[in-house]
Design a protein. Structure first.
Length: 162
């Protein structure tokens, strides 16, 4: 199947060359990452003698950690928003998971308070007039321990049923 070609755009070649040099990657190394045998193809792109296939633009954006729009000269911002959004979603997912665990603890009678502590946080857990301060890392380990315990108990219940 023939690859879709992008109209030869000298900016694409210039940006590939600039990014490649910033990453200290030779033309041959870049070609190999893209499953080409020699660096000649990269040389032709950089010199504006050949167009870059659309699927390769996507791979180049990943390799250089920039957006396709940057490679095409549509923006001067290098940020790969798709990657940012993916990382952003992972952070949001982790926050949501922590919030659900906090809600669970509250539902079984624990008080919970979160205080900023440098770039992290301190969790204050309380119950029956007793409290304990733990780091964010310890809180995550506590959460994982509780999840593992619940899975274990579920496994035991399931074994009894059979």
């Amino acid at each position: 199947m023939a690859r879709k070609k992008v109209v030869i755009n000298p900016i694409v070649g210039e940006r590939i060359k600039k990014l490649r040099k910033e990453k200290k990657i030779s033309q041959t190394e870049l070609a190999q990452k893209l499953n080409y045998e020699t660096g000649n193809t990269v040389l032709y792109w950089e010199n504006g003698r050949s167009s870059v296939p659309a699927d390769i633009l996507d791979q180049l954006a990943d390799i250089f950690e920039v957006s396709i729009y940057y490679l095409l000269g549509k923006t001067d911002t290098k940020i790969n928003w798709a990657k940012y959004d993916e990382e952003h979603q992972e952070i949001l997912s982790a926050i949501e998971k922590a919030n659900q665990f906090e809600d669970y603890l509250k539902s079984i009678g624990f008080g919970i308070e979160v205080k900023p502590h440098g770039e992290s946080a301190i969790y204050i857990l309380s119950r029956n007039e007793k409290s304990i301060e733990i780091s964010a890392e310890a809180f995550e380990a506590f959460q994982e321990s509780i999840e593992n315990y619940i899975q274990f108990e579920f496994f035991k219940l399931n074994e009894r049923k059979e």
